[in-house]
Every structure is written in structure tokens, then in C-alpha cells.
Design a protein around this ligand. Structure first.
Ligand SMILES: Cc1cc2nc3c(=O)[nH]c(=O)nc-3n(C[C@H](O)[C@H](O)[C@H](O)COP(=O)(O)OP(=O)(O)OC[C@H]3O[C@@H](n4cnc5c(N)ncnc54)[C@H](O)[C@@H]3O)c2cc1C
Length: 296
């Protein structure tokens, strides 16, 4: 059985880095997952005026400082996109592609997608619309699918789908395409609507209509309720208490995904609160495990 870690931190923006740093300072054995530059929002932020101690700093410069601080503290980033978090018998199982990691507690710090859902996306979710090709690809064996890609990380998923599906249409919503194999057909256009009856039948773009059985949508961030089954939401945000704990014991959330205002200082502060409470949770769980062994 794989090693059981203390805390998994999912997301490597300011909330995730702050959580990782505070958990590491408390000597916890952590898993720290992230993608997309850690964080693309900071990378895009021209000038930050309101981060204490760093007046008028470029978002990119602050991002580099955060990452350097983490690296110098011995924090190692696992550069993988987490596809699902399952709460199984007081453990959290973190799925990335074919691999599953285990921890006693977990912190969701995945940020938030500012963009709106495509028309039909929510209606057909689970009826042809999905967010994880690795998870759902077998359902589309020998069928035609479309993949709407907000980020180049979708390329791996597109290549993978092409091994299973009859046809993969790839709709990139970013600029520079890296590597897609010749079985994947690139289609340019803006997604307008996903249509169908009981299940998906078409993806309508402003340039053409694609006849498909499935539409995969790969965004920078997965909707949290898709990432963690059973997670309670408050509108678009994860519902948390003052300790940043969610409705699932041992699972915490921090940063933009846990509510407004969408700001750096709030993300960093919440990352710390989440980490300190996760540490407390892990310590209690560990001492009660030891106690039950002694009583046997
Ligand atoms: C243009 C712009 C300018 C801004 N200017 C300011 C400003 O001046 N001052 C201010 O206070 N705030 C500003 N903000 C807001 C600030 O950037 C955000 O509030 C902050 O970055 C939120 O931090 P976060 O850690 O919650 O999420 P994010 O920064 O979004 O980081 C989340 C990270 O998690 C990763 N991730 C997501 N899902 C997964 C997954 N399934 N597996 C692995 N990794 C995953 C993402 O790739 C990302 O790296 C600005 C935002 C933008 C877009």
C-alpha cells in the first residue's frame, strides 16, 4: 500500500503555497499538487497595490517570491492535475491520472474560474459532458467526442482520448498549441452551446456544428463539487466554517474557491488557517490511532 501522508494540498496559488508552508513548518508530511504556473492569475496581474510590504509589485514578481519561499522551505511541488478527491474510511484518496495518493487530511485551494459555463454544460453534465477524460474515456470507446481546452494541459487528455475514441475534435481556447498527435483534429471556433436530448448530440461553435456523443471541458480549475463528491457548496464557493473546514471532516478549503473577496491577502490568510486546523486534525487522529493500538 502507498505511503499515507498527513496533508494533501490541492492547488499551488497563494492559498495553496501558504497552506503548504504552514503545514511544513509544523513538521507535517505533505503532498502539494499544482499546475499552470502556480498561479496564472498572479502571472497575469500587472501591478499589485494592496499586498502588505510589497507596494506596486508585479504579480509575476510576487508569484516568483512565493514559489522561492516554498522551495527554500523544502516544499516539493507535484506538477499534476488532481482529477478527484475521495473520502474513504478517514483517509483522502487523491487521484491524478492512473495514480492515487493517500493522506489523512486535505486542503482544496484550487482557485475559481471566472468564466461562465457554456449553454448546456450544466444540463448535460454526466449525460455526455465531463471534466476528466482519463476518468470517463471508456464510456466513449469507438465514439466521436469534442474536447474544449481552456489550457494546454488538455493536450495530454486529447492524445489519450484519440487512442480510444473514433474521432477527437480539439477546440483550443488558448494560443500556442504544444503537441497533439495526428489523430486529433483541431477545430477553431467559440463554443456556443451543447445540445442533445437525453444525452449530448452536438457541440455548436460559432464556426460549425460538431456531431458528438461526448464533450470534455478542460478548464484551469475543476468545479469543486466535481472534484470532491459530496462537497457542500454555497453558490459557486465551497461552504466552510471559520476554521476553513468543509462539510467533510478533515477536508478544508482556502482562497478564491472558498469565497469572496478574490484577493491575495485573503487567500494567503485562509491557507494558513486551513493548514493549522488540518495539522490539529491530523494530530488528534494520530494520537487516537496510537491510543486504540495501546488498548488492543
Ligand atoms: C488580472 C488579475 C489581477 C489581480 N490583481 C490582484 C491585486 O492587485 N490584488 C489582489 O489582492 N488580488 C488580485 N487578483 C486576485 C488574486 O490573483 C486571486 O485572488 C488569488 O490568486 C487567489 O489565490 P488562490 O490560491 O485561491 O487561487 P489561484 O491563484 O487561482 O491558484 C489556484 C491554483 O490551483 C491550481 N489548480 C486548480 N485546480 C487544480 C487541480 N485540480 N489540480 C492541481 N492544481 C489545480 C491552478 O492551476 C492554480 O495554480 C487579481 C487577479 C487577476 C486575474
Amino acid at each position: 500500500m502507498d505511503e499515507l501522508y498527513d496533508i494533501s494540498i490541492i492547488g499551488c496559488g497563494p492559498a495553496g503555497i501558504s497552506a503548504a508552508l504552514n503545514a511544513k513548518i509544523r513538521n507535517k508530511n505533505i503532498l502539494f499538487f499544482g499546475t499552470e504556473l502556480c498561479s496564472i492569475k498572479m502571472h497575469k496581474s500587472p501591478i499589485v497595490f494592496n499586498y502588505l510590504g510589497f507596494p506596486k509589485i508585479k504579480g509575476e514578481d510576487l508569484r516568483q517570491k512565493f514559489l522561492k519561499h516554498a522551495e527554500e522551505s523544502g516544499i516539493v511541488l507535484i506538477n499534476e492535475r488532481v482529477e478527484a478527491v475521495y473520502n474513504i474510511e478517514n483517509e483522502f484518496h487523491i487521484r491524478c491520472g492512473e495514480k492515487t495518493y493517500r493522506s489523512k487530511s486535505a486542503i482544496i485551494a484550487t482557485g475559481i474560474n471566472y468564466g461562465r459555463a457554456i449553454k448546456g454544460e450544466t444540463e448535460f453534465l454526466g449525460k455526455g459532458v465531463g471534466y476528466c477524460a482519463t476518468c470517463d474515456a471508456p464510456l466513449y470507446e469507438g465514439k466521436r467526442v469534442a474536447l474544449i481546452a481552456y489550457t494546454d494541459e488538455a493536450e495530454t487528455e486529447g492524445n489519450f482520448l484519440s487512442e480510444i475514441c473514433e474521432k477527437v475534435y480539439y477546440i483550443p481556447l488558448y494560443k500556442n498549441i504544444g503537441f497533439l498527435n495526428e489523430r486529433v483534429e483541431i477545430i477553431r471556433g467559440e463554443p456556443i452551446e451543447i445540445t442533445g436530448e437525453q444525452t449530448v448530440k452536438n457541440l455548436v461553435l460559432d464556426t460549425t456544428t460538431l456531431e458528438v456523443s461526448g464533450v470534455f471541458i478542460i478548464k484551469e480549475t475543476l468545479p469543486p463539487q466535481q472534484l470532491v463528491p459530496g462537497l457542500e457548496m454555497d453558490g459557486p464557493h465551497i461552504k466552510v466554517n471559520r476554521n476553513m473546514m468543509t462539510n467533510i471532516e478533515g477536508l478544508y478549503a482556502a482562497g478564491d474557491c472558498a469565497g469572496k473577496p478574490y484577493q491575495l491577502s485573503k487567500a494567503v490568510g485562509e491557507g494558513q488557517i486551513a493548514a493549522l486546523h488540518a495539522v490539529e486534525y491530523v494530530d488528534k487522529a494520530t494520537s487516537s490511532d496510537k491510543m486504540s493500538i495501546l488498548l488492543r
